[in-house]
Design a protein around this ligand. Sequence first.
Ligand code: ADP
Ligand code: ZN
Length: 435
Amino acid sequence: MKNYYQKEIETASREDIIRIQEEKLIKQVRHVYDRVPYYRNMMEEKGVEPGDIRGLEDIHRMPFLCKDDLREAYPYGLLGTDLKNCVRIQSTSGTTGKRVIAFYTQKDVDLWEECCARAIVAAGGSDEDVCHVAYGYGLFTGGAGLNGGAHKVGCLTLPMSSGNTDRQIRFMMDMGSTILCCTPSYAAYLGETMAEQQILPEDNKLKAGIFGAEPWTEEMRQSIEKSLGIKAYDIYGLTETSGPGVAFECEEQNGMHINEDHFYAEIVDPDTGEVLPEGSRGELVLTSLDKEAFPLLRYRTRDICILSREECTCGRTHVKMTKPMGRSDDMLIIRGVNVFPSQIEAVLLKEGYSPNYQMEIDRKNNTDTFDVYVEMSELQMSDRISDIQKREKEIEASMRAMLGIGPKIHLVPLKSIARSEGKAVRVVDKRKLHD
Ligand code: ADP
Ligand code: ZN
């Protein structure tokens, strides 16, 4: 039997979804024009009035909103309601620069939690489950979002927050956690630590994991699934649009359904802003159709993905996005070549290494240096130096084949790269220090 949290809307016909989106869009445009001077100015600059937006096909007439706008309007400039109607603030983790804060009314919180509840049910969750939330709690949206979603589903919720790995494992084993929610890098670390403690995958009661907040590859999915004995599902979101739950994976584990009743999605060329036809790879642009406190229209997420409307066997009709394999501003240009950290991860996992790596880029004598530190397995650590050097050369060759540029590979002892409890730090770009 197929399970949905909100079956009617999750499996609605295309016509119904479009009708809902159009109604909400027209209302939302009128609302921000009347209520938010920042928007009114932007719309006036672009020569567009609320009456010009009569349907989804007119949305391209609206201006884009960028992270810089949020910084400029900080803190209250984009509020869509009186502050007294707001009940919550959350904030980005500040991965790429200054923090951005978002506001919520009670209705915003409810809708956000419902989106997370859809993700939990899609991963097989029900009120029979023990949902172990090891995303950070506090300003970061991960903990709050999945916690609220788990409550809505009726799970027994363990608000673990991040860190204290031994306690995480103790609770997981004692309480019989069945669903784990955290970043994929922390899930990998939990798997690794449990193996060290001689806890086999079949010893735990986990059946599923809901992992997001950072990019992760298919290879990483397989490695986590094996080490924890679970099915690993992706979840996507950003603070600006509430948090996790904008999109989530279903049993097909092949792209994430975007909650289209709450978000309208477009793909644009990251350089020109031109709207691209369906199936193109480009930057995801999101319009929040319901948000009261922090309504964002045509927000440039900077996340690069592809949208697909192919029919899904799960019965859900909402459009799917591929895993965002890095942000447009994640891309490094090293000696003139475009490099995404996810490409490095894919090569390492394919070659049988762990996903614990760190890239270091520097500039010496006007040339970029490019080093990748990769951890060896316990077994490899007792290898002869010449064998280790041979391995380093092999990885270098695979990277060169994939990227068109060969980093210097350093195989380092197990556990020598710092583990992260939240989002992993994969890139240390020292060139920025010299700018
Ligand atoms: P910050 O920008 O400080 O990291 P957030 O904590 O709001 O702020 O993180 C949102 C960003 O995290 C997204 O824009 C995206 O780049 C990344 N992200 C979230 N979920 C995923 C996911 N499932 N896969 C890849 N990247 C993700
Ligand atoms: Zn599906």
